[in-house]
Design a protein around this ligand. Sequence first.
Ligand SMILES: Nc1nc2c(ncn2[C@@H]2O[C@H](COP(=O)(O)OP(=O)(O)OP(=O)(O)O)[C@@H](O)[C@H]2O)c(=O)[nH]1
Ligand SMILES: [Zn+2]
Length: 192
Amino acid sequence: MNTVEARTGADESGADPLVDLAHRLLKEIGEDPERDGLRQTPERFARWWREFVDYDPGTIDTLFETTTTSQMVVVSDIRVWSLCEHHLLPFNCSIDIAYRPTGRLLGLSKFARVAHRHAHRLQVQERLVADIAQEVADITGAQDVAVLAKGEHLCMTMRGIKASAEMTSTAFLGAFGDDSTLRTELLALLRS
Ligand SMILES: Nc1nc2c(ncn2[C@@H]2O[C@H](COP(=O)(O)OP(=O)(O)OP(=O)(O)O)[C@@H](O)[C@H]2O)c(=O)[nH]1
Ligand SMILES: [Zn+2]
């Protein structure tokens, strides 16, 4: 199973070093961290980063017995926010997860929990889909897993080239990779 390492904490004095970091950032960009609107900003900044990286997905592996073996299950349009690891800017994705259960069904909500878990770290979209696919395979024991993501990256739209574009990435495990009929069926389902 993939692990999302945690990672955080206060220093020996009990203070969060991210507060000082934000204070210095504000000064560096020419702001006055003591002015009215900014006085609490370093604490808020620290809280937001801790909230992001210390995200707790809760229980992600509730399974149910099944005798179904060939049915394809698709959970689509799971919306997640992540941060690109190159610029630390947000990207949002719509994620579709499909699998063919072999004896164990994963609780519906758990697909979203798994997706959020891997989004709550510095990512690239290609690794995000690969991580989600691997975790669904590990939890369910299914070999046939597919994950698709459509994302908009603020590092491309609000800075740099400033072009709006949608990025699509896919991870196909097992028969979704080997069997073009199954993949075609999935893509048709998602289009419909
Ligand atoms: N493949 C991939 N690239 C990403 C992702 N998120 C951001 N990037 C890209 O990472 C690249 C980093 O390129 P660099 O040339 O090192 O950085 P840069 O000078 O800021 O690049 P520009 O964005 O072109 O201005 C950019 O092309 C980004 O668009 C992602 O999830 N997957
Ligand atoms: Zn980026």
